[in-house]
Write a protein that binds this ligand. Structure first.
Ligand SMILES: Cc1cc2nc3c(=O)[nH]c(=O)nc-3n(C[C@H](O)[C@H](O)[C@H](O)COP(=O)(O)OP(=O)(O)OC[C@H]3O[C@@H](n4cnc5c(N)ncnc54)[C@H](O)[C@@H]3O)c2cc1C
Length: 458
């Protein structure tokens, strides 16, 4: 008999994880050595048996939080071997200028990896780990939070599997999350007003040490280098609202004309773009926000199941890996498992919400260069450069530290307010004032920002 008063069948796992995606595999690897046998149930067939099976070439960025998990789990070296280091992003602006933004001020790279190849490494590691079983072709149709148990469908029919806890790692359209919703949890699943197409880009005209992007007001094309020397491209466009819009471009030809109008330079970079636009699937982006992630001592959500977000900061997976690390830490910190799960939820919800907001906002920063050129935008940039210890660029803080995303968001909001306040007090001319004057004007508002003598700001 288990602590929750339910008789479990001998051989039932301690933990059932719903979904063997990136986050499910990482969670299993963290959990099994400390908390007993784990069974991963995955509705799809084994992706390693059919490489390229989903027809996707998606590249994801690994940042410090992701590497922390991969190192903890002993797979960092294997993953590094299939990564491309990237030192920044080059914007190819509509007026013909280019703008390079380093990812970090000290030259550290972030790492691009094909999501499918990373997934295979994680599945191999999970399968080889003592105490982890992966069962493909098993769809979980519902979760019983009380027993706890899952109802599983496979080619033999349906059966019930009991366990001590269920972890929902089944992505944005999570079936596991439905069990929490049935108990009153509010979950918001929102289709974002952006859609994208993955486009294969030859590498001969682009520098392979960085990300490239072409902003065009409301649309954007981004390309990430692959180890093969080619690039994985993504065309992002609005679904509705002001053009350009996928909804307005009904067929392949219209889409090509729209593409050529917004990204004329790219028609030479990707010679078969018309064919690709006509042939490749259009995918939508979903954001998930959920006001509870756990149930007593029996259930928790991780990854996209509780915080799917826009991809523009490159943190959905990194944040999901951090969920797994924090969850195991919280469970290990107390013999009271319900308290452990509650601590996990408390420490993650605000952070996930913050990176989700930052990620959506980052699309507009990248897609619309005019935004960075407003007085507030330019002043923010100058303050960040002038006070490097006080204001660390947003992207760098998220990608190279494990600081709370929520505190990064709060500091961003403070910097916005500071820049707006300085302009209110001193006028837009402050944007092009000398460094000394800017320092002096900033000092009364943020005392620890200057070491210089007051140079007479009026
Ligand atoms: C264009 C794009 C670019 C991105 N770039 C980045 C990036 O640079 N960096 C980054 O960190 N993140 C990035 N992301 C986000 C990242 O891909 C996701 O956050 C990550 O894949 C989420 O992993 P997950 O395991 O939580 O969910 P998923 O990857 O969705 O995996 C869920 C798994 O559960 C299975 N499943 C679903 N329902 C059931 C069920 N009922 N029963 C059993 N199994 C089930 C699914 O088949 C799947 O295998 C990007 C996303 C997109 C779309």
């Amino acid at each position: 008999m288990e602590g929750n008063g339910v008789r479990r069948t001998e051989g039932d796992p301690e933990t059932v994880i719903v979904g063997a995606g990136l986050v499910g595999a990482v969670t299993a690897l963290y959990l099994a050595p400390r908390f007993g046998p784990v069974t991963l149930l995955e509705k799809r067939e084994d992706p390693r048996r059919a490489p390229g099976g989903q027809g996707r070439s998606l590249v994801v960025m690994l940042s410090a939080r992701g590497w922390r998990a991969l190192s903890d789990l002993g797979v960092a070296d294997a993953v590094r071997g299939i990564c491309v280091p990237l030192h920044g992003r080059r914007g190819h602006l509509p007026d013909g200028r280019t703008r390079f933004t380093p990812y970090s001020r000290d030259g550290q790279p972030i790492w691009a990896v094909e999501r499918e190849r990373l997934h295979h490494i994680l599945l191999d590691a999970a399968e080889a780990a003592p105490g982890v079983r992966i069962r493909f072709g098993r769809r979980v149709s519902s979760v019983d939070l009380d027993e706890p148990a899952v109802l599983v469908e496979d080619r033999h029919g349906r059966h019930r599997l009991t366990c001590r806890r269920v972890l929902g790692c089944d992505g944005a359209h999570s079936a596991a999350r439905a069990a929490l919703e049935a108990r009153g949890t509010r979950a918001e699943v929102r289709r974002l007003d952006l859609a994208y197409q993955e486009i294969d880009v030859p590498g001969d005209r682009l520098d392979g040490t960085m990300t490239h992007y072409w902003p065009s007001g409301k649309a954007m094309f981004a390309a990430h280098p692959l180890p093969s020397g080619r690039f994985s491209g993504s065309l992002f466009m609005r679904l509705e609202g002001p053009a350009p819009s996928y909804a307005a471009a009904a067929g392949g030809r219209d889409l090509f004309e729209m593409f050529a109008a917004h990204f004329p330079e790219l028609t030479a970079v990707v010679p078969d773009i018309a064919e690709q636009l006509a042939a490749k699937a259009v995918s939508t982006l979903t954001a998930v926000r959920c006001d509870r992630w756990v149930w007593q001592d029996t259930f928790a959500l991780l990854g996209d199941a509780c915080h799917a977000m826009a991809p523009f900061m490159g943190h959905g997976m990194n944040c999901g890996f951090e969920d797994a690390r924090v969850l195991v830490g919280c469970l290990g910190a107390s013999a009271d498992r319900a308290a452990g799960l509650a601590a996990y939820e408390k420490s993650r919800i605000e952070d996930a919400d913050a990176i989700s907001r930052l990620s959506y906002r980052h699309y507009f920063t990248m897609a619309d260069p005019a935004r960075a050129e407003t007085a507030v935008g330019v002043l923010r940039g100058r303050l960040t450069a002038l006070f490097p210890d006080r204001f660390v660029p947003l992207y760098e803080r998220c990608a190279f530290t494990e600081e709370s995303y929520a505190s990064v968001l709060r500091d961003e909001q403070r910097l916005d307010r500071l820049a707006a306040d300085l302009i209110d007090r001193h006028g837009t001319g402050l944007v092009s004032a000398s460094d000394d004057r800017l320092r002096a004007c900033t000092r009364p508002l943020v005392p620890d920002t200057t070491t210089l003598e007051d140079t007479g700001c009026s």
